[in-house]
Design a protein around this ligand. Sequence first.
Ligand SMILES: Cc1cc2nc3c(=O)[nH]c(=O)nc-3n(C[C@H](O)[C@H](O)[C@H](O)COP(=O)(O)OP(=O)(O)OC[C@H]3O[C@@H](n4cnc5c(N)ncnc54)[C@H](O)[C@@H]3O)c2cc1C
Length: 414
Amino acid sequence: MAMDGSSSKAAPDLRVDVAIVGGGMAGLTAACGLAQYGLEIAVIDTEAPQDLTAQTFDGRCSAIAYASVQMLKSLKIWPPLEDTAQPIKEIRVSDGESRHFLHFDFAQIGNQPLGEMVENRHLRQALFFRASQLGNLHLLAPARVEAVTRDQARAHLVLKDGRTVSAALAIGADGRNSRMRQQAAIQTPRWRYNQVGIVATVAHELPHCAIAHERFLPDGPFAILPLTGNRSSLVWTARASSEKAIMGLSPRAFEAEVQRRMGDFLGKATVCGPRWSYPLGLHMAERYIDTRLALIGDAAHGIHPIAGQGLNMGLRDIAALIEVLVEAARRGEDIGSPFVLERYQRWRRTDNVVLALVTDTLNRLFSNDIAPIRHARDLGLSVVNRLPVLKRFFMSHARGTVGKLPRLLEGHPL
Ligand SMILES: Cc1cc2nc3c(=O)[nH]c(=O)nc-3n(C[C@H](O)[C@H](O)[C@H](O)COP(=O)(O)OP(=O)(O)OC[C@H]3O[C@@H](n4cnc5c(N)ncnc54)[C@H](O)[C@@H]3O)c2cc1C
């Protein structure tokens, strides 16, 4: 994408309130939400919808926190997911072979699920379906943004096929290597963990009883996350140096390694479908805003999946941004003005920095086998497990119900 400012001054082909670059889970959720509240929206993605929802595109499943589910319900994205989402009622955290563990149980918080497991492709399908119901949402995909200029008045986008889009605000939702962020020269501290997340789905003989398991093994966490039916999604954090060997294992050898890590509490596990590998890292943009620009989702930040919070963080950004923009529009303010965008940044960035540091620390603390650290963390698990107040505190964080929540996350319309 050449961001050289060579946009034409002729009348644009499409004039909207907000142009969103990136139609992934973050970009599409923002688009559906803003369009639901009456703004004219364009979404541009380099991939066609049928490719983004193909079984072969993204093998991940997401743990969607309780508050994020309330938001997806408010935005009418949730109904098609009703039958395929799996509630998470309990979480069990254990440390290798240690007898200490931590157990979160939804019975301790009024039998409200901690969250729901959703296959990413199902969430993408639900988002495209909702988008198709909104006449003021223009989906331009596949389409590539070739040039962007942003001035005091508007943002101008030129697509590769020559079409032009003019917007009061551009939103960068174009993922971890965001070109929108780069074009705005926003510094983004980042580091790679020496780890990859290997993702696969297994079917197993025994029911999972809606329990998510997080096992801390020396190379990193191994998560067994419940899906509908007797199936679970695995996120196996492995050293980056082992990636090639693991991805190259024969199906039978891979299944044996998976079974060894899972143990036999779910009976025999059978790997269904392909396995995927994702590099793991952390990045955090120093600013989420620039002239006529706001960043959301992985374009703004990316964290270790140890707590299943990356997308949830993005959804919290989006809930806040929708609330800020919709209120500004109702008051007759310019939705792309620095005063309005500043409200969004103030609301979200500090929370995100704190969560990123917490996940970073957890990963460093648990992805090693150094004896004194192992003893200290086992003590920590056992202390938290015995203190109901602390347990409720952690459960509230897992459910995303802490802090000054945007209204959509409380399930309220705007
Ligand atoms: C192994 C693993 C497990 C995870 N599990 C969880 C979990 O359980 N819960 C959770 O909350 N989070 C989880 N996450 C994090 C979550 O998957 C990400 O935060 C989320 O996918 C980010 O979505 P996004 O829409 O911001 O970015 P992306 O999914 O990267 O979407 C970006 C979109 O922008 C488009 N694009 C890129 N460049 C351009 C361009 N120039 N022009 C137009 N379009 C462009 C791309 O085609 C893409 O569609 C996990 C992550 C990993 C790696």
